[in-house]
Ligand binder design. Structure first.
Ligand SMILES: CC(C)(COP(=O)(O)OP(=O)(O)OC[C@H]1O[C@@H](n2cnc3c(N)ncnc32)[C@H](O)[C@@H]1OP(=O)(O)O)[C@@H](O)C(=O)NCCC(=O)NCCS
Length: 150
């Protein structure tokens, strides 16, 4: 079951995201940034432990972003990633958001849910505020993808 994150999830979310960041599969997040955006996060738990997380962040206008989607190695391929994406889409609709984008190293995964590749340059400048602190800011190699919400 997908649930809103609690403050007690923050450290486990940070550890999970940074586990993949250290392996080049996601970008690093500080614990400070996780606390600041904790209300954007939803999680799946298994046996009381964090199994997966994702954040839906409002970017600009009707545009939002799925960030920090990660499932623990032990819990992958059990539908948790799918549930987290579906929950983010379901959360975006009643807010009136029309588009969800993501920056990812896993384009095939997001393509399964209708996300299409776009040119990063088409995203509004405001989106890049977090990139100012990224070591790859000038050489971003993530794929930008977007889902138009029906
Ligand atoms: C990508 C990730 C979130 C997928 O989570 P998951 O819980 O294993 O995914 P699910 O079990 O919900 O998979 C749903 C479907 O996508 C497929 N899938 C899973 N990972 C995939 C991948 N990397 N590429 C393509 N398809 C993938 C599954 O086979 C499944 O297909 P099916 O419905 O035909 O059976 C997980 O592998 C992960 O945390 N990876 C490391 C962090 C990361 O890359 N995050 C992505 C954002 S940058």
């Amino acid at each position: 079951m997908v649930q809103a994150a609690k403050i007690s999830d923050a450290e486990a979310i940070c550890d999970l995201v940074n586990y993949y960041a250290e392996r080049g599969r996601m970008l690093h997040r500080s614990l400070e940034s996780i606390y600041a955006s904790l209300r954007d996060f939803h999680v799946c738990r298994r046996d009381g432990l964090l199994a997966g997380c994702a954040a839906l962040t409002i970017s600009w206008g009707d545009l939002s972003e799925i960030r920090s989607l990660a499932v623990t190695p032990e819990q992958q391929k059990r539908g948790i990633g799918r549930k987290l994406v579906a929950h983010a889409v379901a959360e975006a609709k009643p807010l009136g958001l029309k588009r969800i984008f993501t920056l990812t190293y896993e384009p095939e995964f997001f393509a399964r849910f209708g996300f299409g590749v776009i040119d990063k340059e088409t995203l509004p400048t405001k989106v890049w505020r977090d990139c100012l602190h990224c070591p790859k800011a000038d050489a971003c190699d993530e794929v930008a993808m977007i889902l138009e919400i029906e």
